[in-house]
Design a protein. Structure first.
Length: 519
């Protein structure tokens, strides 16, 4: 809540401290949400969106910088209430307290000799604070190792200087005859420096590309590979030099090449980066790859080729599928438990989910809302497991006290569902589906737009399915009578949803669905 209040006050994105979890270190970003300008409301945050991301691999890559010298290391610190902690994701305890960080520094830690962060030995260090977060990135070098390097370098420089003086004295006379003018000598030195700089840059890029686990490919406008990094070559089972001149068809096959070619044309047409996911077979094994493509421009702004970055997300996709399967089994088990308790509810959850999904599609709802409606419909009656069976099967009208006992099924459902991670707002949909448009519902008395869209849809289809099916205290009502009842209570039900439900029920799909459910 402190971070939420800070975000609302600053009206800017804020970042919370890293914290450990079972999956790894979590980074939390707090983003202020403003009302649309067309709403006429004051442009103040109305909500805060919390985003979390597992960042272990990124932090490990940051800390394993191959460009550092011996005795140097990159250290990431974050400020906490007790001081500063070092982020070390490769250790069992990924957050380690440090003793010697100068807390009075602001924005930059100037290069100087000072105590090492976690010991009393001297070290060279320099750092900078990360903007909009209480993080410090510090590069620390062991004092003794650094000084030894300087002493060795000094001795080497003296030896090289003496050797150069000797070489220069011996060779100067021989080369002087070849350098006919000072212009030729300047040109020779200039091109030598250029050659050395180009070679240094090439070696640096080769080292970087060799350590990147993502697959990098550079193609010309004819689709021919001009460069591939070692990771891509290893993935397709060939040496990097063998792939030069190949195209996608030679590596992936005709059908896959045609699919990838479409994204190439999109990049060339829009000039923007295109990112998508694709299932590719690498050495006969399926891999889910996240592919990003962008054009490569030369100094004159022309496009000589396209750069593609492939990231293997196969393990992430597999984890997501296992989570979805586990969720589906959980829902299935809970639905069976509901139907065992109350046979009158048998099939109602399935009918609610199918009708609710069709209504949501007619409203052009998002895939997330549709999936939420289907899952929440199956779990909508779970709280009735804890209601007295005699009360569920009572044939006489319920007393006020009995109605209050019956309404507690929502609270029971909340207790069951609150800690289950469905990856969807299922808890909110189930908890709010008994609310009413005018605030007369339960358990919170929410009104209209205070209810989520899935909850408003479920409120309508739940009442519809309950009335068209028999109960212990009455028989099933005709469909047309039920629709009239829903239309006559605008204070209870969202009439737009009621109208769309009527269209779905009167469609061939709806008629087949209702007949099949009654059979």
């Amino acid at each position: 809540m402190t971070m939420v209040q800070q975000t609302v006050a600053s009206q800017q994105p804020e970042f919370g401290p890293l914290r450990p979890s079972e999956q790894g270190l979590l980074l939390e970003a707090y983003l202020p949400i403003f009302p649309p300008e067309s709403s006429g409301l004051q442009q103040q945050p109305v909500a805060v969106l919390l985003l979390t991301k597992i960042v272990d691999e990124k932090l490990k890559a940051l800390s394993s910088n191959s460009l550092l010298e011996k005795g140097e290391r990159t250290r990431l610190l974050q400020k906490v209430a007790t001081g500063y902690q070092e982020v070390v994701p490769w250790r069992p305890d990924p957050l380690q307290n440090v003793r010697n960080f100068p807390a009075e520094q602001k924005e930059t830690l100037p290069f100087a000799t000072r105590k090492a962060l976690d010991e009393d030995a001297q070290a060279y260090s320099v750092g900078r604070q990360v903007k909009r977060a209480d993080w410090w990135l510090v590069i620390e070098a062991d004092y003794q190792i650094a000084r030894e390097g300087l002493r060795t370098q000094q001795r080497s420089m003296m030896s090289i200087a003496l050797l150069l003086v000797l070489v220069f004295s011996v060779t100067f006379g021989a080369f002087w005859a070849l350098l006919l003018s000072s212009q030729e000598r300047r040109s020779a030195r200039h091109f030598k420096r250029l050659a050395e700089e180009i070679e240094n840059q090439r070696q640096l890029l080769d080292r970087i590309n060799s350590t990147i686990s993502d697959y990098l490919v550079l193609k010309d406008l004819d689709g021919r590979y001009r460069y591939v990094n070692p990771a891509f070559a290893e993935a397709v089972g060939r040496a990097p030099h063998e792939l030069i001149g190949f195209d996608n068809e030679a590596v992936f096959g005709y059908d896959t090449a045609r699919r990838l070619e479409h994204s190439d044309q999109q990049v060339l047409a829009t000039g923007e980066t295109v990112t998508f996911e694709e299932l590719l077979y690498l050495q006969s094994q399926p891999h889910h790859l996240q592919i990003s493509k962008s054009d490569l421009k030369d100094a004159e702004g022309k496009i000589p080729g396209i750069v593609s970055v492939f990231r293997d997300v196969t393990e992430i996709v597999a984890v997501q599928k296992r989570q979805e399967q586990a969720t589906a089994k959980t829902v299935e088990a809970l639905v069976k438990a509901i139907e065992l308790i109350d046979p009158y509810l048998s099939g109602q959850s399935r009918l609610m989910g199918q009708l609710g999904a069709e209504v949501a599609k007619a409203m052009n709802a998002s895939d997330v809302d549709i999936a939420t409606i289907q899952t929440a419909a199956n779990l909508s009656q779970i709280g009735k497991i804890f209601i007295d069976r005699e009360l569920l099967f009572k044939t006489d009208p319920l007393t006020e006290e009995e109605k209050q006992q019956m309404e507690k099924h929502v609270a029971h459902a909340g207790i069951i569902l609150e800690d289950i991670d469905f990856g969807l707002p299922v808890y909110d949909a189930v908890f709010q589906m008994n609310e009413a448009m005018d605030g007369s519902g339960y358990p919170l008395g929410l009104k209209g737009a205070e209810m989520t869209l899935p909850a408003r849809v479920l409120a309508v289809v739940n009442s519809f399915c309950a009335m068209v099916e028999p109960r212990a205290y009455r028989g099933a009502l005709p469909v047309e009578n039920v629709l009239q009842i829903l239309e006559s209570h605008p204070g209870t039900y969202d009439q737009r949803i009621v109208a769309l439900l009527k269209e779905v029920v009167h469609s061939a799909f709806g008629d087949k669905l209702l007949r099949g459910n009654r059979a």
